[in-house]
Ligand binder design. Structure first.
Ligand code: ADP
Length: 229
């Protein structure tokens, strides 16, 4: 049923983040292993010892910061509004996106103003994850993903811009319907934008779409100035 599928979609998004984290953590762990091995072999070379230890120290810090990020991310239970720094949330979502990391020929441009607002962080993250994943799916052969965060008179807005396949005029009306998908079975559930719409409704935001077939798509999210819990 629908509730289960929504839950599955959220879990899939978190699973994808976890895969990204696993991938990111392998690097520092690999470095630690190699330098520990060197230390075991060359216990007299002062320079090598100092260098190895600082690489190990940096790698441990890097791995812990990645884990902190994930833990911050998956605090699913409490989603009341609190003061957040929008720029950091966007950077966090980007850093943990496994699809983005695994795609070559993908340029990612972040234009982010410093803005703090009271908002339900978890909802906002799910909105961003779904929009970013769609943007990446729309660019199977690479392209540019741009995220633009800026302040306006009515409140902050976030534009998720891709240079992908674009959206046909005739399908625009169905975009936010549950189960509407143009993707292959197994690739799309048609729930991404439905979640985006619902979560935005919850936090009092609005969404707009601009698209040209073969050129790309812009999803514009408008957030309220402040959201009380
Ligand atoms: P899903 O991604 O599982 O198909 P969504 O609800 O997220 O479900 O999206 C519904 C449909 O909207 C997609 O199948 C696709 O046809 C279209 N779509 C969404 N975002 C984009 C985009 N950035 N570029 C092109 N088409 C898009």
């Amino acid at each position: 049923n629908e509730a289960n599928l929504l839950h599955d979609n959220k879990m899939a998004a978190i699973g994808q983040l976890a895969t990204g984290v696993a991938h990111e953590i392998r690097n520092p762990l690999g470095l630690i292993r190699n330098y520990a091995f060197l230390l075991k072999r060359n216990h007299k070379d002062e320079n090598l010892i100092t260098q190895s230890l600082s690489v190990i120290e940096e790698s441990v810090d890097k791995a812990s910061s990645i884990i902190d990020n994930l833990l911050n991310f998956s605090r699913l239970s409490d989603d009341s509004a609190h003061l957040i720094h929008l720029k950091s949330v966007i950077e966090n979502v980007i850093q943990l996106n496994e699809k983005l990391m695994s795609k070559s020929h993908m340029n990612c441009q972040l234009i982010l103003e410093d803005i703090e607002i009271n908002i339900q962080e978890e909802s906002l993250k799910h909105i961003l994850i779904n929009l970013i994943n769609n943007a990446l799916d729309a660019m199977p052969h690479g392209g540019q993903l741009t995220i633009w965060l800026k302040n306006g008179a009515a409140g902050p807005s976030i534009h998720v811009i891709d240079t992908g396949i674009g959206i046909e005029e005739s399908t625009k009306a169905k975009l936010f319907d549950p189960f509407f998908t143009t993707k292959e079975v197994g690739e799309g559930t048609g729930l991404g934008l439905y979640i985006v719409y619902n979560e935005l409704h919850k936090i009092g935001g609005k969404i707009e779409v601009k698209s040209k077939v073969g050129k790309g798509t812009i999803f514009k999210i408008h957030l309220k100035k402040d959201n009380e819990a």
